[in-house]
Design a protein around this ligand. Structure first.
Ligand code: BGC
Length: 416
């Protein structure tokens, strides 16, 4: 039975469950892939392992972006009972690696030549002091927009290429009585929208200066104020019930034609596919206007927690399965992401997946690939959370744009 865990009850549950976890020969996998599309992708991995005779103990912790999963993880580690493998993102992986909590995967990595096929942008979050500590599953990116094609066609709307065209499309949908933007009011979702908006306004240099270098001047700039002004426009185009809504329910609004667009990472594509929808026919994917050359990425990885001694046979088998080219294709086709290896063919990917792979390669080659602030690849969790707080407070009307900019500068300077 899948236990979907939330909030504090989740921690208690997780600690209790920890007395009944994985038998020898099993892996216990902590993750936050609980939506329909995510679960379908996870099954690809489960079946792969089960095919090798390795049992799977599932430890799902609901909550997009993984904040709740990370809370449960901390509780498990503190209790001296870390799961075998844990989904992780960016700076969180480095943090656990630097604490010495992760097993050394160098042997399997060397045997399989990971160094030659995993791009540097990912290696930066998978290796600590020259040691592989996690297995990269995929590359997602956040600067996408998802649209219901029939809704756009019926309202004479084409794919917008700049902010003015985008806002004109929002006005048209609103006048037609359709929710222009499907959104779930959770801090990480607002931050995900902000990734794309900030990139389009600040440009790649400004995005890097603000969220990666944490440069005060950029954080406090007029351009940042403009980014917040645009967030207010997004806020004016969501429905009244947005607060607290899960991201996949927002995706469902686009799938059902209740809403025109969703600004969300490409895990949203997994929901469209899981609902039997076809890109180009039922739905459209496009980069947020003004960010067509950039990619703000996040990569899911599985951290292998040190179980006391060498990496276990099961952990090595899981890592090896994750990095295999056939798994990288099969999994990412379903998940909406693109492979974490550069040598996987795009033949089995749909149009959005092919575009994702092309965009990633082009962005990496032209210096336009940046870690996503919203998904833990731009700055450590303390800074990320500080930015979340300001972005979400502004989105919910607590701050005007000028105040938000000032709060952002303060919050980042305290957190860093
Ligand atoms: C993860 C995705 C996941 C999404 C929503 C992101 O942080 O990278 O794999 O689908 O959160 O849960």
């Amino acid at each position: 039975m899948r236990a979907i865990l939330k909030t504090k009850a989740a921690i208690v549950g997780a600690l209790m469950a920890s007395t009944t976890v994985a038998a020898a020969g099993d892996v216990e996998v902590l993750h936050w892939w609980t939506s329909g599309g995510e679960a379908a992708a996870l099954n690809v991995l489960k079946q792969d392992l089960e095919g090798q005779g390795i049992g799977w103990t599932d430890m799902p912790v609901a909550g997009g972006g993984g904040e709740q999963a990370m809370t449960v993880l901390r509780a498990r580690v503190t209790a001296g009972n870390a799961p075998t493998a844990v989904q992780g993102l960016g700076f969180d992986i480095l943090d656990w690696g630097n604490q010495g909590a992760l097993a050394d995967l160098n042997e399997v990595a060397a045997k399989e030549g990971w160094d030659d096929v995993v791009p540097d942008a990912l290696k930066a979050f998978a290796k600590v002091d020259g040691k592989w500590v996690s297995a990269p599953v995929n590359v997602h990116s956040t600067n996408w927009v998802w649209a219901n094609k029939a809704v756009l066609d019926a309202n004479g709307i084409g794919v917008p290429t700049n902010w003015e065209e985008f806002t004109a499309a929002l006005d048209t949908l609103k006048a037609a009585g359709i929710t222009p933007i499907a959104h779930g009011g959770q801090a990480w979702q607002e931050a995900t929208v902000f990734d794309a908006i900030a990139m389009s306004v600040l440009g790649p240099d400004g995005y890097k200066a603000a969220f990666i270098d944490l440069d005060e001047e950029t954080l406090g700039s007029d351009a940042m104020k403009e980014a917040f002004d645009r967030m207010a426009v997004i806020r004016a185009n969501v429905d009244d019930n947005f607060s607290g809504r899960d991201w996949n329910l927002a995706t469902a609004m686009v799938i059902n034609g209740e809403a025109g667009f969703q600004m969300m990472g490409d895990w949203a594509k997994g929901e469209f596919l899981n609902a039997g929808k076809v890109p180009g026919e039922d739905f459209l994917c496009f980069r947020f206007p003004g960010t067509t050359e950039q990619v703000t990425f996040n990569a899911d990885q599985f951290m292998m927690f040190d179980q006391g001694g060498a990496v276990s046979t099961e952990q090595a088998a899981l890592a090896s399965a994750i990095l295999s080219p056939s798994f990288q294709s099969a999994f990412n086709v379903v998940k909406g992401s693109v492979p974490a290896r550069t040598d996987v063919s795009d033949a089995d990917f749909d149009a959005c997946g092919k575009q994702g792979m092309k965009d990633l390669a082009a962005a990496a080659a032209s210096g336009n690939l940046f870690g996503s602030m919203a998904h833990g690849h731009a700055a450590p969790a303390s800074v990320k959370n500080a930015i979340y707080d300001v972005v979400t407070a502004h989105f919910n009307g607590e701050y005007d744009s000028q105040t938000a900019v000032e709060e952002l500068v303060d919050a980042v300077s305290i957190a860093k």
